[in-house]
Design a protein around this ligand. Structure first.
Ligand SMILES: Cc1ncc(COP(=O)(O)O)c(C=O)c1O
Length: 391
C-alpha cells in the first residue's frame, strides 16, 4: 500500500463538521470522543489533489473559471475506466454539491405537492430537500431480510395515489451499504417506466464498493430508462473532497437535460473552481489511491463488524459498499435512549441516530468507518465495554 491511511491528522479546530460539531450535536467532547458520524473520511485525498490546490494558491489570483473541457474530460474518462459507462461531455452539468443537484431536480421536474418516492431508511437530506421544496416524501420502507435490505416494489405499487412524480434512489444505498443487483435495478427502472416517474439515481457512493459486489450504473442496468433518468455522481465521497462542494448531474436525454439546466440557471447555481480543480485532479490521477483506500476500508469493516457483532443483540449490516456501517441494536431489547446513551456517554462515540434516516431506522446507529485503523480498534473496545453486561 503506497498511501499512509494511518497518518495521524488532528482535524479538531479546523472547522470540520464531523469533529468540531460533535459536542453540540451529540454531547460527545472531541477531547476524548471519537467522531463516527458525518459522511466524510479523516484521510488526505490523493497527492495530486492537494498539488492542484497548491498550484492555484501559488499562482495566487482567484478569478472566475472558464473553459471546462479538461474538467469534463476527466469526468468522462473516470466513468469509462471505472464504470464502463460512456458519457458525453454535453450531458454533464456541474453543481454546487449533490444536495444542490437534488434540489434542482425537485424544482425542474416536480410541482409543489407532488409525491417523491424514497426507499427508507435513507440518506436523511433527501427528506430535507423534498420538504423544503414543499413536495411530499413518500417512504417505501425497505424490508430487513435477515440483516440485508430489500425493496418491496409490490407494496409501493399498491400504495401509489397518483401524485408521485419522482423517485430519488440511492445506489449504492446509504445507510445500509447495499449494492443493488442487476435484477433490483431493473425492477426499479420498470416501476418508474410503468408509473411515469422521473428517476433520480444518486450514485455518489459508486466508487466505494467491496469485491465481489459490483456497482452497476443505472443506464447500464436499464438502458431503456434513459428518457426519464437523471444520474447524480461526484468525486466528493470517493476522494474525500466534500468541502469542495462539487457534484454533477449527467442527463443523456436532451429534453430532460434542458429542463435541469434551466432550473440551475434560475437558481444561479455553479460549482466553484477549487472544487472543479480537485475533481479534475482526482479523476485524472487518483486511481491507485482508490485501490489502496478500498483495501484499507475493507479491513476496517472486518475489524468493526467482528468486534460489534460479538456484542449480544448488536448486529452490523454487512457493507457491500460505502464506509457507513448501519448497526442494529434491536436485539439488545433496550430502548433507543438507552443504547444511544451508552454509545454517547459511556463509549464517547458520536454516531448518527437511525431515526433521522426515516421509517425503519429507529433501532439503528450509523457509524462512519472512514477513519484511522487505531480509532476503529479503540471504538470497538469502547463499545464492547459499554455493553459488557450483555456478554
Ligand atoms: C446519497 C448521498 N447523496 C448526496 C450526499 C451529499 O452530497 P453533497 O455533500 O455533495 O451535497 C450524500 C452525503 O452524504 C449522500 O450520502
Amino acid at each position: 500500500m503506497s498511501f499512509d491511511f494511518d497518518e495521524i491528522i488532528d482535524r479538531r479546530g479546523t472547522h470540520s463538521a464531523k469533529w468540531d460539531a460533535m459536542e453540540t450535536v451529540y454531547g460527545v467532547s472531541p477531547k476524548d470522543g471519537i467522531a463516527m458520524w458525518v459522511a466524510d473520511m479523516d484521510f488526505k485525498p490523493p497527492t495530486v489533489v492537494n498539488d492542484a490546490i497548491h498550484a492555484m494558491a501559488d499562482h495566487g489570483v482567484h478569478g472566475y473559471y472558464a473553459d471546462n473541457a479538461s474538467y469534463l474530460n476527466a469526468i468522462t474518462g473516470w466513468m469509462q475506466r471505472h464504470h464502463n459507462w460512456t458519457v458525453e461531455p454535453e450531458w454533464i452539468t456541474g453543481t454546487h454539491g449533490l444536495g444542490a443537484a437534488i434540489a434542482l431536480c425537485l424544482q425542474a421536474f416536480t410541482e409543489k405537492g407532488d409525491g417523491v418516492i424514497v426507499f427508507s431508511p435513507v440518506y436523511h437530506a433527501f427528506g430535507k430537500y423534498i420538504n423544503a421544496n414543499e413536495r411530499v416524501m413518500v417512504e417505501s420502507e425497505l424490508i430487513n431480510n435477515n440483516g440485508r435490505y430489500e425493496m418491496d416494489i409490490p407494496a409501493l405499487q399498491a400504495a401509489l395515489n397518483g401524485s408521485e412524480k419522482m423517485m430519488i434512489f440511492c445506489s449504492p444505498h446509504n445507510p445500509s451499504g447495499r449494492v443493488w443487483t442487476q435484477k433490483e435495478l431493473r425492477d426499479v427502472a420498470d416501476f418508474c417506466i410503468r408509473n411515469d416517474i422521473i428517476l433520480v439515481s444518486d450514485e455518489v457512493h459508486h466508487d466505494l464498493v467491496f469485491a465481489p459486489s459490483k456497482h452497476i450504473p443505472m443506464p447500464l442496468a436499464a438502458p431503456d430508462i434513459k428518457d426519464r433518468l437523471v444520474m447524480l455522481v461526484a468525486a466528493s465521497k470517493t476522494f474525500n473532497i466534500a468541502g469542495g462542494m462539487s457534484g454533477c448531474a449527467i442527463i443523456s436525454d436532451t429534453g430532460l437535460n434542458d429542463k435541469f439546466i434551466a432550473a440551475a440557471t434560475a437558481a444561479g447555481s455553479h460549482p466553484n473552481r477549487y472544487g472543479m480543480a480537485m475533481v479534475e485532479a482526482a479523476y485524472s490521477g487518483g486511481d491507485e489511491w482508490l485501490k489502496d483506500l478500498l483495501e484499507y476500508l475493507a479491513e476496517n469493516r472486518r475489524i468493526f463488524d467482528d468486534g460489534v457483532n460479538a456484542i449480544p443483540g448488536v448486529k452490523s449490516m454487512h457493507l457491500e459498499g460505502t464506509y457507513l456501517a448501519w448497526v442494529d441494536f434491536s436485539g439488545t431489547g433496550m430502548s433507543v435512549k438507552d443504547f444511544t446513551d451508552r454509545v454517547e456517554k459511556k463509549a464517547k462515540i458520536a454516531a448518527n441516530h437511525g431515526g433521522t434516516f426515516g421509517k425503519g431506522g429507529d433501532n439503528f446507529l450509523r457509524f462512519n468507518i472512514g477513519c484511522r485503523r487505531d480509532l476503529i480498534i479503540e471504538a470497538v473496545a469502547r463499545l464492547q465495554d459499554a455493553f459488557s453486561d450483555l456478554q
